[in-house]
Design a protein around this ligand. Structure first.
Ligand SMILES: CC(C)(COP(=O)(O)OP(=O)(O)OC[C@H]1O[C@@H](n2cnc3c(N)ncnc32)[C@H](O)[C@@H]1OP(=O)(O)O)[C@@H](O)C(=O)NCCC(=O)NCCS
Length: 179
């Protein structure tokens, strides 16, 4: 198994990976919704606003994370949102997810990203350096239905001051039901 950030080669297979993984864990409807989100992210996001981390075993993708730009109107720092995250159902719980997140965060550092946010289970994401953040620290682009899942981490090693002003996600994420 190895890791790559080269997304072009996988554009046709990634939506199906996410659809299958989320159908198995959350049901068919969620599988379809996340598969459609990934198709939308890959087809509508400007290249410089989308970073991928892919675990591969030969021709097969084993897992993938997409990172998309989150812009703060009044703040020059570079922020990316980590979502969604999927590891092939038959390869889960063997450490691939955490290795993939670490690879992805290194990839963000290589692109001089200052801060990563995500929206998910704190118990899992705290294992890779994320911690709870508040909306006073960094405003979410849309209202959060689970504010206790709003997480972030500095990628520079520096303590971060709160982010100024509202934030804007890429268009694929600009849907209230995803938040
Ligand atoms: C969430 C997800 C990405 C995690 O990926 P993963 O590869 O299964 O995760 P890891 O193996 O890194 O860690 C998962 C668990 O296995 C444990 N684990 C890690 N390595 C292990 C090993 N070698 N042997 C046994 N257990 C191990 C971890 O400690 C962790 O334990 P926990 O259940 O107590 O939290 C994956 O399960 C998934 O795709 N789920 C469905 C989609 C989803 O929910 N995505 C997240 C929301 S966007």
């Amino acid at each position: 198994m190895n890791f790559t950030a080269e997304k072009q080669k996988w554009v046709d297979t990634l939506p199906d990976l996410f659809r299958q993984v989320f159908a198995a864990s959350e049901g068919e409807d969620e599988g379809k919704a996340i598969g459609a989100l990934v198709t939308d992210l890959l087809s509508t996001t400007p290249d410089e606003d989308l970073i991928a981390a892919i675990a591969q075993d030969g021709p097969e993708p084993l897992g993938c994370i997409l990172f998309s730009r989150l812009r703060f109107d009044q703040d020059p720092r570079l922020v990316f949102l980590m979502s969604p995250v999927a590891v092939r159902t038959d390869r889960q719980k063997s450490g691939i997810g955490q290795r993939l997140i670490r690879f992805g965060l290194d990839e963000l550092r290589r692109h001089s990203v200052d801060f990563a946010v995500t929206y998910g289970d704190p118990k899992y994401y705290c294992k890779t350096g994320f911690h709870l953040i508040t909306e006073q620290f960094a405003r979410a682009p849309l209202p959060l239905s689970h504010p206790h899942g709003w997480l972030g981490q500095s990628l520079t090693g520096a303590e971060m001051a709160p982010f100024e002003g509202p934030s804007h996600c890429v268009s694929a994420f600009n849907r209230p039901e995803l938040w």
